[in-house]
Design a binder for this molecule. Structure first.
Ligand SMILES: NC(=O)c1ccc[n+]([C@@H]2O[C@H](COP(=O)([O-])OP(=O)(O)OC[C@H]3O[C@@H](n4cnc5c(N)ncnc54)[C@H](OP(=O)(O)O)[C@@H]3O)[C@@H](O)[C@H]2O)c1
Length: 337
């Protein structure tokens, strides 16, 4: 089997969602991979159990000529002063999301390549797709081209982790669009839509269990159809009544006020205001996040779910994204992304 990295040793810093998937895929593709993990941590044990040699973050960085920073974004600024001096002057540093490249003032050497290779799915999906012989699209960008060959290095990394086709982008575009997508649709918008619809039905006297099944549980089937067939394909698979309601009522739900909010949210991302707010929250130990999370977890929709699906609820689908903010229990990379 060929080595996708052309003999360069890869250090994967972090063995979480992306770290585990990328390390496993690279190894399967024939690359030499070392995992950087903190001593005694869950990631170290998982990486060793998967057969990887593990050392500390700086030691792994020192031993490699391609260094992938696959730690939680909020952890990177704090560890960077210890990791950066260990990275070889001619190494290529790979990030999977541009947040810290755009907003944190990470320092790099003048001859180092710094690239973005962002797979378009959670780590678990990347691993499963590639293990089944498939490929996953990724975004690729060059942040710094110290060697003159940064794009080739990024492409080699992307190929090694099993990504294709590769969509050229910039760090700014990937970061801003990723934040906008998760805030407005994939996480924030979706959760608010579901919760508001649930509250509306329950306030009008409908059963919480039926409300849950209708506005949350069935989402999966529609999301899968959208994923597989696109908006027009999804519309082909619903009844005429549902289609008429979709096209006449949908724009009222997401109307002028929501579009204005989207514009404001995008402006906060573009100005860096969101990043400053989030970094200040992390620096303070994330108290607001913990309080908001606790309040959301206590919402009656959770009890409605348990009751609607039977005691304990249905198991999450294996690829369900699961948030893993600071202070949350260690994430299981085998299950989510
Ligand atoms: N989630 C996804 O699938 C996904 C998709 C696309 C891009 N990305 C990007 O990929 C990068 C990694 O995200 P992720 O979701 O894979 O991260 P994650 O699963 O939360 O990563 C956790 C890993 O980081 C380690 N870690 C956390 N804090 C650390 C610290 N202070 N020092 C040393 N190790 C530490 C953990 O080790 P311990 O077990 O020792 O705590 C664990 O190995 C991010 O840039 C993210 O934006 C992620």
């Amino acid at each position: 089997m060929g080595d996708p990295l052309g003999g360069r040793t890869a250090a994967v810093l972090g063995f979480g969602h992306q770290g585990a998937a990328q390390a496993l895929n690279l190894r399967d593709a024939g690359a030499r991979v070392l995992v950087g993990a903190r001593e005694g941590g869950a990631a170290e044990a998982r990486a060793r159990a998967a057969g990887f040699e593990t050392v500390g973050l700086a030691a792994a960085a020192r031993a490699a000529s391609m260094v992938a920073v696959l730690l939680p974004d909020e952890a990177v600024p704090a560890v960077w002063p210890a990791v950066a001096p260990a990275i070889d002057a001619g190494a290529c540093v790979v990030f999977a999301h541009g947040f810290n490249l755009l907003y944190a003032e990470l320092e790099f050497g003048p001859r180092q390549d710094v690239v973005l290779v962002a797979p378009t799915a959670p780590g678990r999906v990347l691993r499963d797709t590639v293990a089944a012989g498939g490929r996953l699209p990724a975004y690729v960008a060059v942040h710094r081209d110290g060697s003159g060959g940064a794009l080739r290095a990024a492409q080699a990394w992307a190929a090694g982790i099993g990504c294709a086709p590769l969509w050229p982008t910039t760090v700014r575009e990937e970061t801003e669009v990723d934040l906008f997508g998760e805030q407005v649709v994939l996480c924030g918008g979706l959760q608010s839509l579901v919760t508001s619809a649930f509250e509306t039905l329950v306030a009008a006297g409908y059963s919480p269990e039926i409300a849950y099944l209708e506005v949350a549980h069935q989402l999966r089937y529609l999301a899968e159809a959208l994923h597989a067939r696109g908006p027009a394909g999804l519309r082909q698979g619903i009844s005429g009544t549902a289609l008429y309601g979709d096209l006449t009522r949908g724009p009222r739900v997401i109307g002028t006020a929501s579009r204005a909010a989207m514009g404001e949210i995008l402006a906060e991302i573009q100005s860096g205001a969101f990043a400053r707010e989030w970094r200040a929250e992390v620096a303070a130990g994330a108290p607001r996040l913990a309080a908001l999370r606790a309040r959301a977890a206590a919402h009656p929709i959770e009890e409605a779910r348990r009751r609607a699906l039977g005691e304990g609820g249905a198991p999450l689908p294996e690829d369900a994204p699961r948030p893993h903010p600071p202070g949350s229990p260690p994430a299981e990379p085998a299950e989510s992304g």
